[in-house]
Write a protein that binds this ligand. Structure first.
Ligand code: SF4
Ligand code: SF4
Length: 462
């Protein structure tokens, strides 16, 4: 027998049909008004006499509902099942994740940057220590991932290349999978560098663009004061054919529809709307260093309103919507024992916001990992299953309690800690549904064209 999932969302559309979404499975489906009323009958019948016979139509729909997890097995405690998977990953020793800053130096001078002017690259000694660490853990590993971070990591391509080579050798020796990603400002992401990154098993690159050229160049100038926008666009255009490229646009109160529209037009002109995953990030005053920007930052609830507006603009400009309410097992590295952010000196951190702050390190990679260190426990201590609001929340599978640093490092309360989904799931689902429908149409048109071309090639159509 089945029961209703506690993570269902049904949303009425203007045409009288529904968008059905389940946060546990991430399934999104369009449901006709007729099926929605059959769904209501099924729920009533199952809640009443369990022996009640369902008719053929109801049985067929029930199968589909079970497939999307809208109806869950009777004996499944969904929360317990999520908690089990969460803890499994939290304490998993078969995966290792390093975020490595091979340098803290940067070639840009962004107005909101929280990394105080740092320089220096990783010494050969620290590189050896990192490799030894992975080697020692190698026998128990099934996967190891590196995320290149900085400063600007592409300023230290030699370090990236040399470490990658050694990680790949260890992967062969211990039989674990290796993959990497990179967060870069994009200025040095030339075609040659992109090709090298592909060799170095980098699969995803995240680049930040802070508005159309004229604004981005003020917010994110090069260290020498020169503009960076055109170079980044040129680089990303090549990189997007070789790697998965996501463009993050940091939003603060200085943005409006006109500015976002101008940026989108520039990206469309560069042909990037069909190649990159663009998303809007909330600019937050995450540390003391950047508290000077707090007045221009949005609270999550306000951000979620403008975010919707901007996603509608993405849709209107032909971009695919890649921000999906997908289930996750943990929110970020801070919730996972075996994930570490390591700076060029070998200092270990638990959060991107903490890197470079000596008060936030949990030790050095040269020493044994101290899981009792206060800076380890500080973010790791929170787990969403012990929070009564999160336990009762129908979005828990996609949020997992949100950013631990937002909870622990800032004086926020209630909904302020929730992700934007909590505030804008309904309009986002509508945007996602339209985007999916459009992609299906495009796919169908392409298939039709391909078939026609094949017929022409076979001489069936002259
Ligand atoms: S704690 Fe928050 S800011 Fe830090 S890495 Fe996790 S999600 Fe990012
Ligand atoms: S942080 Fe908010 S949205 Fe996330 S699970 Fe908890 S209550 Fe739900």
């Amino acid at each position: 027998m089945s029961k209703l999932s506690r993570f269902n969302h049904f949303q009425l559309r203007e045409d009288g049909n529904y968008i059905a979404y389940n946060a546990f499975s991430g399934a999104v489906a369009l449901m006709t008004a007729e099926n929605y009323s059959i769904y209501g009958l099924i729920v009533k019948k199952l809640a009443g006499d369990p022996k009640t016979e369902l008719n053929e139509k109801e049985k067929e729909l029930l199968k589909q509902l079970e497939y999307g997890h809208f109806m869950a097995p009777d004996d499944l405690d969904e929360l317990e099942s999520m908690k089990f998977r969460h803890n499994w990953v939290r304490y998993d020793q078969t995966s290792l994740g390093f975020v490595i800053a091979p340098t803290m130096a940067c070639n840009m001078d962004c107005e909101y940057c929280y990394e105080e002017n740092k320089s220096g690259s990783m010494s050969p000694e620290i590189m050896d220590t990192l490799v030894d660490f992975v080697d020692k853990r190698g026998p128990s590993l099934r996967s190891f991932s590196a995320g290149w971070y900085g400063g600007e990591p592409l300023l230290a391509m030699d370090t990236i290349g040399s470490l990658t080579e050694r990680f790949l050798e260890l992967g062969e020796k211990h039989n674990f999978d290796y993959g990497a990603s990179i967060i870069s400002n994009g200025v040095l992401l030339t075609p040659d560098t992109t090709d090298k990154l592909v060799e170095y098993k980098v699969r995803n690159v995240q680049v930040t663009v802070d508005g159309p050229g004229r604004i981005h160049n003020i917010k994110r100038p090069l260290k020498n004061g020169k503009p960076s926008f055109d170079t980044i666009m040129k680089n990303v255009t090549y990189a997007a054919d070789k790697l998965t490229v996501s463009i993050r646009v940091n939003i603060d109160k200085s943005f409006d529809r006109e500015i976002v529209g101008e940026l989108l037009r520039e990206l469309v002109e560069a042909g990037l709307h069909e190649k990159v995953a663009l998303y809007f990030g909330l600019l937050e005053p995450a540390t003391q260093v950047c508290s000077n920007i707090s007045e221009s930052c949005y609270e999550t609830a306000d951000f979620s309103k403008v975010e919707i507006d901007y996603y509608r603009m993405l849709l209107q400009n032909g971009f695919s919507i890649t921000r999906l309410p997908s289930p996750t097992i943990t929110f970020c590295m801070a919730q996972v024992c075996n994930s570490f952010l390591i700076d060029p000196a070998g200092e270990i951190y638990r959060c991107f916001n903490h890197v470079g702050n000596p008060d936030k390190t949990m030790g050095n990679i040269r020493d044994d990992i101290d899981y009792q260190h206060r800076n380890f426990r500080h973010l790791f201590a929170f787990e969403p299953f012990s929070d009564e609001h999160c336990r009762a929340c129908s979005l828990m599978p996609i949020c997992m309690g949100g950013c631990p640093s937002r909870r622990a490092d800032r004086n926020l309360t209630g909904d302020q800690m929730c992700e934007t989904w909590k505030h804008n799931l309904e309009p986002m689902l509508e945007i996602i549904a339209v985007s999916k429908q459009r992609e299906q149409l495009k796919k169908a048109e392409k298939e039709k064209l391909d078939k026609q071309e094949a017929k022409v090639a076979a001489g069936e159509i002259k």
